[in-house]
Design a protein around this ligand. Structure first.
Ligand SMILES: *Cc1c(COP(=O)(O)O)cnc(C)c1O
Length: 835
C-alpha cells in the first residue's frame, strides 16, 4: 500500500524526510519497540543530544548572576533562549515573560502559592473536569473555596456569571488546552471571555492555562496578549524529549498576582538584611527575575537551543507534527472502532469526547483512551492487557492516567464510589481492574512527531491477535473423562524446588532427600527477599531479570544459606554464606508489595516489618551483582523451627495483612474476596502456597508454541520458567496411554507419598510476563506468555499451574511419624477431581 505522498498527504508532511527515514537515523531505539506513550513523553533525537554535548564540551558555563566571563556566557544564553522560546509560542516578549520552572506542575504551584499570598482571605479556584491531577491539586490551597466544572456548559455558565459578580476577591480559573486522557482540545476562547467578563464587573480574575499536553503535538499560539491566558504552563520534555524543564509564561499585565509572594530565594532579591530588622528588597526588573528562586537549571536551559534547532530541522514546524499525528490518530481510531468479534460485538470501547472528532485538529489531539471487551461483552482487565503488551513490546499507558476527572466521568464512576474503592484497597497503579463489572481505568495510546504507520499496524495486530475472537471460545478446556475410560494415571513428583529468596533462583531438593512441608508451604520457601535500600520495596524478577541468576542453597547440616551469583558454571561466579539463624539482622519496617498473583486481595504498600541484614558485605554482594542498591531481608517467622530465635508476635506482617482481608473489613456493599465454586480462596495464612506445575501441561504448551512458530526458531520453554515447587509428571503404564495436560485445573485435593499426605488444591496460578524470563540466562523473550494468553485465558486471567496447601487435617496429627509431613522426588501423587 502506498503510504506517502498523494495517498496520505499529511503523513510526514513538511518533514525533512519521510518519518521512517528520520526514525532510522534519529530514533533507532524506537524501531525495536512500539512506543505509544507520547503523552507521557516524546523521545529525543540522537543528533540533539550530540549537538548539546558539543555545546557543553566547547563552552565554559559558569553560574549565572555574576560578572565573570563564564557566568556572563550562561546569563546571555539564558536571556536569548528565553526570547527564542517566547517566539516559538508566538508570545511577544514585550507582552509576555517566560519563567523557567522545573516542570508544568511547578509552574502551576508557583501561581497557586503566589495567589495564596496575594490576599489575606486567600483565593477562589475553579477548574475544568478534564484537568490533569496537577491542576486539581490547586484546590487544596484555595481558602475561599473551589468548584470543579463538570462540563463546558458549567464552565461557560461561570464565565457569564463573572460579568455581574461584584466580588473583588482573587479568583483563578484553570483548564487544560488538551486533555491528557482522551486528547480533546478545549476551546481557546475562554481566556478572552473570562477577561472581558471580569473587566465588566471589575473583578479580580486570573486564567491558568495548562498547555503541557497540547504542546507535544500542536503549536501553542499565545497570539495577541489581550486574548491570551494570564498564565500558561508547560514542560519542554513533552515537546523535544529533552531537557527536563518547564515554563510558566506570564502575561505581563497579570504580573500583579505575584506582587505579594512571600518567599524569596537567591537571585530574586536586590538586598537582604539577614539579622536585626526583617527587611529585603525584591528585584523589580522583570517577572522572571522575581520568580526564579535560586540558581537556574542553566545547563538544561542551554539545551533548549539544540532542542529547538534539531526539532525545526527535522520536522519543520509544530503544525506539520500536528497534521501528521492527527492523521495517525484518525487512522487508529477508525481501525480500532471497526474491530469486531465473530458475533459482531465491538472489541474496543473508545472514550471519545462528544464535542470532537478524530481528524479535526482544532478540537482533537492524537490521544485515544479505550478499553477492550471480549465476545460476551465483558471487560478485559487492563493489567492483563498491560502484561501482554509488555511481552509484545507495545508501550502504552493504563489506569487513570493522571486525569482523575476525565477518567471517572468516562467510566461513569461517582466520587462516592471512588472513595469506597479506595477504602476497599484500590490504589492508583494497582491491579484492581474491574469493580462491580466496570473498569477502574483506561488504556491510553498517544502519538507524536515520530510515530509511523508501522506503529499503528503493530498496535492493531496486537489487539487482533490477542483480543479479537474470530471463533466462539471453546468452553470445555478438557474433554470430560468418562468413568470407564479413566486409566488412573500415575502421577509422581518429578522434581522439587524451593525459592529461599523471593524472585531468585531455585534450590532443587536433591533426589532421595525428604523435605519438610509446613503449614505455610515447603520449608525455607520464600523465607528471604531482597529489598531496595532507597525505597524499602521488595525487588522482583520482572523488574530485575538477573535475579534468577542468584542461586541460594540450603545446607541444613552446616546451618547455612549459601548463595552463588552468576550464570551456571560461569568463571566469575561469586558466593556468600549466611547463617540460617537470626543473627546479623535488624528489624526494619518497609512497604512490601505482595505478588498480585498470589495475594490478590491485599493492599499493596502497607508497612510490614522485615528483618534486614545490616552487614555491608551482604548488601554489597547483592548490589554489585544486580547493579541496584539493595540488601537481603528475612520475613519474620510464623511457626518456629530450630533456627528461629524471634518469638512470634501479634504484629507480624501476616497478622496485619489478615486484618485487611477479613470479610467485613470491606464496606458493606463491597464484595469480600470471592469464594469461587467452593474452592478455598488463597489467603495470607497460606503464606507461600505450594505451586504445582504439570510436566504434561508444559509439554502440551510447548507443542502449541511449536505449532504456532512461523520461522522455525524454537521458542519452547523449560518447566523452570513456571517456578513451581513441585513438578508432577505422568508415568504412562501402557502403550497408547496419553498424557493429561491441564488435568490439574480440576484437582480438588492430592495425596502425596507413602503416607498419603493430604494437600488441598487452591486457585490456579495467575501469570504475568515474568514467565518469559529464561531462568538460566536471565533474558526476556515473548514466550510462553504470548501462547498462554491465547490458549489459557480464563475470564480474562492467564493461568498456568495450581496452588495447593497442606490440608488442615494434617496439622491435627501429632508428629509421631517424624517423616510424615515431608515430600520427596519420586513420591506418588494421587489427585482427586472436582466434578
Ligand atoms: C504532563 C502534563 C502535566 C504535568 O507535567 P509535569 O511535567 O509532570 O509537571 C500537567 N498537565 C497536563 C495536561 C499534562 O499532560
Amino acid at each position: 500500500m502506498e503510504r506517502q505522498g498523494s495517498t496520505y498527504p499529511k503523513y510526514s508532511q513538511g518533514y525533512s524526510a519521510d518519518v521512517d527515514i528520520i526514525r532510522e537515523q534519529e530514533y533507532p531505539l524506537l524501531n525495536e519497540t512500539t512506543y505509544l506513550d507520547y503523552a507521557g513523553t516524546t523521545p529525543y533525537a540522537k543528533s540533539m543530544i550530540e549537538s548539546f554535548s558539543r555545546d557543553l564540551t566547547s563552552n565554559l558555563f559558569g553560574n549565572p548572576h555574576s560578572m565573570s566571563l563564564s557566568s556572563q556566557n550562561s546569563t546571555q544564553r539564558t536571556d536569548d533562549i528565553r526570547v527564542r522560546m517566547l517566539r516559538f509560542f508566538n508570545a511577544d516578549p514585550a507582552e509576555f515573560d517566560l519563567v523557567f520552572v522545573a516542570n508544568a506542575t511547578a509552574g502551576i504551584k508557583l501561581v497557586a502559592d503566589s495567589l495564596r499570598d496575594f490576599d489575606h482571605r486567600g483565593f477562589w479556584y475553579g477548574y475544568h473536569i478534564d484537568s490533569h491531577t496537577s491542576l486539581v491539586g490547586v484546590r487544596e490551597l484555595a481558602e475561599m473555596g473551589y468548584q470543579c466544572f463538570q462540563s463546558d456548559n458549567e464552565m461557560e455558565a461561570k464565565i457569564s456569571e463573572l460579568a455581574t459578580d461584584q466580588s473583588k476577591a482573587p479568583r483563578l480559573l484553570a483548564y487544560p488546552a488538551q486533555s491528557n486522557m482522551n486528547g480533546r482540545r478545549l476551546p481557546s476562547c475562554w481566556s478572552e471571555q473570562i477577561r472581558s467578563a471580569a473587566n465588566e464587573s471589575g473583578g479580580n480574575v486570573y486564567t491558568l492555562h495548562d498547555a503541557a499536553s497540547l504542546v507535544s503535538t500542536a503549536p501553542l499560539d499565545l497570539g495577541p496578549a489581550a486574548s491570551a491566558p494570564d498564565f500558561t504552563v508547560l514542560s519542554f520534555y513533552k515537546i523535544f524529549g529533552f531537557p527536563d524543564l518547564g515554563a510558566l509564561i506570564v502575561r505581563k499585565s497579570a504580573a500583579r498576582a505575584f506582587e505579594r509572594r512571600k518567599y524569596f530565594g537567591g537571585g530574586t532579591v536586590d538586598m537582604v538584611v539577614a539579622t536585626g530588622v526583617q527587611w529585603h528588597a525584591k528585584k523589580e526588573s522583570s517577572i522572571h527575575e522575581r520568580l526564579e528562586d535560586g540558581t537556574l537549571p542553566f545547563h538544561n536551559i542551554i539545551a533548549l537551543d539544540a532542542a529547538l534547532d534539531t526539532h525545526e530541522r527535522l520536522f519543520g514546524s509544530m503544525a506539520n507534527i500536528s497534521a501528521h499525528a492527527e492523521f495517525l490518530a484518525k487512522e487508529t481510531y477508525d481501525r480500532l472502532s471497526s474491530l469486531a468479534h465473530f458475533n459482531d460485538r465491538k472489541v474496543c470501547q473508545i472514550y471519545e469526547s462528544p464535542s470532537s472528532t478524530y481528524g479535526n485538529s482544532t478540537a482533537q489531539g492524537p490521544i485515544i483512551a479505550f478499553n477492550l471487551c471480549n465476545s460476551r461483552g465483558e471487560w478485559v482487565p487492563k493489567t492483563e492487557v498491560e502484561k501482554l503488551a509488555t511481552v509484545q513490546n507495545v508501550q502504552i499507558r493504563t489506569g487513570s492516567v493522571c486525569n482523575p476527572g476525565g477518567t471517572a466521568s468516562s467510566l461513569g464512576w461517582t466520587g462516592a464510589e471512588l472513595r469506597r474503592h479506595y477504602s476497599a484497597g484500590l490504589r492508583c497503579g494497582d491491579n484492581h481492574d474491574i469493580l462491580g463489572g466496570r473498569p477502574t481505568g483506561v488504556l491510553r495510546v498517544s502519538f507524536g512527531a515520530m510515530t509511523n504507520m508501522k506503529d499503528i499496524d503493530s498496535l492493531i495486530n496486537f489487539i487482533e491477535e490477542f483480543y479479537v475472537e474470530k471463533v466462539p471460545p471453546i468452553i470445555a478446556l478438557n474433554p470430560p473423562l468418562e468413568d470407564n475410560e479413566v486409566v488412573e494415571p500415575h502421577f509422581y513428583i518429578e522434581s522439587l524446588a524451593v525459592f529461599p529468596i523471593k524472585s531468585c533462583g531455585p534450590f532443587k531438593i536433591p533426589n532421595g532427600k525428604r523435605w519438610e512441608v509446613k503449614k505455610e508451604g515447603l520449608a525455607w520457601d520464600r523465607e528471604w527477599c531482597l529489598i531496595h535500600q532507597g525505597t524499602g520495596a521488595a525487588l522482583n524478577q520482572k523488574r530485575y531479570p538477573r535475579m534468577c541468576l542468584i542461586r541460594p542453597s540450603i545446607e541444613l547440616e552446616r546451618g547455612v544459606l549459601r548463595i552463588t551469583c552468576g550464570a551456571i558454571a560461569a568463571p566469575d561466579q561469586v558466593s556468600l554464606e549466611i547463617s540460617l539463624g537470626w543473627e546479623d539482622t535488624s528489624a526494619i519496617s518497609t512497604s512490601f508489595c505482595p505478588s498480585s498473583a498470589k495475594r490478590p486481595t491485599t493492599v499493596c504498600g502497607d508497612p510490614i516489618s522485615l528483618h534486614a541484614y545490616t552487614s555491608p558485605v551482604v548488601s554489597a554482594f547483592f548490589s554489585d551483582f544486580l547493579g541496584v542498591p539493595c540488601t537481603l531481608a528475612r520475613f519474620p517467622t510464623q511457626t518456629t523451627n530450630r533456627y528461629s530465635r524471634i518469638p512470634r508476635t501479634q504484629t507480624t506482617w501476616k497478622n496485619r495483612f489478615r486484618k485487611l482481608i477479613m470479610p467485613g473489613s470491606f464496606p458493606p456493599d463491597f464484595p469480600p474476596p470471592v469464594r469461587e465454586n467452593g474452592r478455598m480462596p488463597i489467603t495470607l495464612s497460606n503464606e507461600s502456597p505450594i505451586l504445582i506445575v504439570s510436566r504434561s501441561s508444559v509439554n502440551q504448551l510447548n507443542e502449541t508454541i511449536k505449532a504456532n512458530t512461523k520461522h522455525g526458531s524454537s521458542k519452547t520453554v523449560a518447566a523452570d520458567v513456571f517456578r513451581g515447587n513441585i513438578v508432577v509428571a505422568e508415568r504412562l503404564a501402557r502403550r497408547g496411554d496419553v498424557e493429561q495436560p491441564y488435568a490439574e485445573d480440576r484437582w480438588s485435593s492430592l495425596r502425596i507419598g507413602p503416607d498419603q499426605l493430604r494437600f488441598d488444591a487452591l486457585d490456579s496460578c495467575q501469570r504475568c510476563q515474568m514467565v518469559c524470563i529464561d531462568q538460566f540466562t536471565g533474558t526476556r523473550r515473548d514466550e510462553p506468555f504470548s501462547t498462554l494468553a491465547k490458549t489459557r485465558n480464563i475470564d480474562g486471567k492467564v493461568t498456568f499451574g495450581k496452588y495447593s496447601t497442606l490440608s488442615p487435617e494434617e496439622l491435627e496429627y501429632d508428629l509421631e511419624q517424624p517423616d510424615r509431613r515431608t515430600v520427596m522426588v519420586g513420591d506418588v501423587v494421587v489427585p482427586s477431581y472436582r466434578d
